[in-house]
Design a protein around this ligand. Structure first.
Ligand code: AMP
Length: 572
């Protein structure tokens, strides 16, 4: 059995379930929270982002603490959305795989009678959205007078969604003799108030830096003219053939329009917004989760609580007005330690928002160039080649055609066959992008004199590179500096970067005869030259880097207040 989890104080029956899930070692939030709540009966405030393993950090000890012989409701977990509620209930059932605790989910948009029946049959743990639970309390369908544990998950989201009254009522109704564990990605005053009004001397745990975006997310933006927004979206999608993305729009109408256009243009896509019925929304979510849909177009509200790992890109079709919304959107990718990219399509008038977002997430948002038609075509062709190389041949199925295949082989050379195959596979894209225009808006600070060349290099993500490690390799091989390379854009099997015209020859010479594995690394100047992005990045950061906005001061003052009230604080 997994010793790492046993050491946290978890019992065999729970660790068996952990083993079954394949967790190898506890995530930082689990390492911090599990021993605390297992070793003492205490209230807990944990600042933790989605995707950090926080569900298991409260779910594993919670299931352990349930007395299976007692049929009464012993624990309540509150979560902001129906989707998250269902997900948490499923996770708790996984943790209770060998203990068989009764977990019931209660949420809006489904039959209240059915849910009440399930509760009546016995729910040792209830996972609920605040609105539906409040309704059930008022109809006396639920009894919270004996609960020992109450978990508030994504407390900030619940308050953002207007559940303040429902939460107040639930917290007042529930047994006073309980422990409350509050989880939140951010700590605005409204959340701090819940802690001070309803919790008793909570232990505080901080996982990662407060309010900071997950570090596995790379943040990029494209500067475009508003009229080219949709075209730019297509280019980005087409240049990442294995994309699995959420495209965030600001309104329901925009969501509808973008998803319909993508559909008409042949993409596997679906829209998610408030004008749709619950059944329609469930259908779209199911298709997205099973990857029948690879691009989900959604409004912020409709997408709350989406809990899908492996999302490669979050695309802000429009930047939100609120920085918190940006952080929440971006947190949908880069989950469970996987790499993810947050991409913003930015019109000239929205550029100022980037500065505020950078300050808040304390990270640079790097400008990328909208891929040229040539770059998209290269992406497509390389993808076809990869598909060809990795395709599984079925010799038996093709046996009856052996003779015909041999005849064909005599008529054409291998090169001709490959060329035709690739053309066949990619003809739509190749035609579409043949005379594609440049979609990059000329932003302040962009060097229009084109003193640089855009270079293609035949190594990419498949060789284990991301933009940072590719830059490292470029520096290492050429002895140039970071500043010499710009616009690094790593794709599946290849990448692009900019380098000053005067240094191109040196870069080519440095890579002469260089191989990775048994593949020779080759470079090529692309026809379209792009200049390195300077965007006055350093200027914008001056005085801004690390300075927190008002919200942060809010959370800082809360910290002072809580320590002055004698709260214990643990930072591990
Ligand atoms: P959460 O933050 O609870 O939404 O978890 C994000 C994802 O990480 C979920 O898919 C979990 O199944 C997964 N996960 C949680 N804990 C671990 C762990 N210790 N090792 C590997 N994966 C984990």
């Amino acid at each position: 059995m997994n010793q790492n989890f046993i050491e946290l104080g978890l019992e065999d029956v729970i660790v068996q379930a952990v083993d079954h899930l394949g967790f190898e070692k506890p995530s930082p939030v689990q390492e911090k929270c599990i021993p605390i709540v297992l070793s003492e009966e205490t209230d807990l405030v944990a600042l933790a982002q989605t995707g950090t393993g926080k569900t298991a950090s409260f779910g594993l000890p919670l299931i352990q603490k349930i007395d299976n012989d007692n049929r009464k409701t012993q624990a309540l977990v509150l979560a902001p959305t129906r989707e998250l509620c269902i997900q948490i209930a499923a996770d708790l059932n996984d943790f209770a795989r060998f203990k068989k605790t009764n977990v019931v989910a209660v949420y809006g948009g489904a039959s209240i009678t059915d849910q009440a029946k399930k509760l009546k049959r016995g729910a040792q743990v209830i996972v609920a959205t605040p609105g539906r639970l409040q309704d059930m309390i008022n109809r006396r369908l639920v009894d919270l007078s004996h609960i020992d544990y109450l978990v508030l998950d994504e407390a900030d989201e619940m308050l953002n969604m207007g559940f303040q009254d429902a939460i107040d009522e639930i917290l007042e109704t529930a047994s006073e003799d309980r422990n409350t564990w509050l989880y939140s990605a951010t700590m605005p005053k409204s959340v701090a108030k819940i802690a001070s009004n309803y919790m008793n001397d909570p232990i505080e745990v901080t996982c990662g830096t407060k309010n900071q975006a997950a570090s596995t997310v790379e943040h990029n933006y494209y500067l475009i003219d508003n009229r080219d927004r949709y075209k730019a979206l297509r280019r980005i999608v087409d240049s990442c053939p294995s994309i699995y993305a959420i495209v965030f729009c600001r309104t329901r109408a925009e969501t509808q329009t973008v998803s319909e256009r993508l559909m008409a243009d042949g993409y596997n896509t679906g829209g998610l917004h408030g004008d749709m019925s619950q059944v329609q929304r469930d259908g779209v979510m199911k298709q997205f989760k099973t990857k029948n849909i690879s691009i989900l177009v959604a409004t912020d509200v409709a997408s709350r609580g989406i809990d899908v790992d492996e999302i490669t890109h979050v695309i802000h079709y429009q930047l939100p007005d609120d920085v918190e919304v940006y952080t929440h959107r971006s947190g949908r990718t880069g989950r469970a330690g996987k790499a993810g990219t947050s991409v913003a399509l930015v019109g000239g008038r929205d550029k100022f928002k980037l500065v505020q977002i950078e300050k808040t997430i304390n990270r640079r948002i790097e400008r990328k160039m909208v891929p040229s038609g040539e770059e998209v075509m290269k992406s497509m062709v390389f993808q076809s080649m990869n598909n060809l190389i990795n395709a599984q041949a079925h010799p038996n199925a093709l046996k009856p055609f052996t003779e015909a295949i041999h005849e064909l082989a005599e008529q054409m050379t291998v090169t001709e066959v490959l060329e035709k195959f690739i053309a066949l596979n990619s003809s739509k894209i190749l035609n579409f992008y043949k005379d594609a225009q440049d979609l990059n808006a000329s932003g302040k600070g962009r060097d229009k004199s084109s003193n640089s060349e855009r270079i293609f290099i035949n190594i990419g993500e498949k060789d284990g590179f991301d933009w940072a490690t590719l830059k490292d390799l470029l520096r290492e091989k050429t002895s140039l500096t970071n500043e010499d390379f710009g616009g690094v854009d790593v794709k599946g099997a290849f990448s692009f970067f900019n380098v000053s015209k005067t240094k191109v020859e040196g870069v080519f010479a440095a890579f002469e005869g260089f191989s990775i594995g048994d593949r020779k690394v080759s470079l090529e100047v692309t026809k379209q030259t792009k200049s390195p992005d300077r965007r006055g990045g350093r200027d914008r950061r001056r005085g801004g880097g690390g300075n927190w906005s008002k919200d942060r001061r809010g959370s800082g003052s809360r910290d002072r207040k809580s320590s002055s009230r004698g709260r214990r604080e643990r930072r591990r």
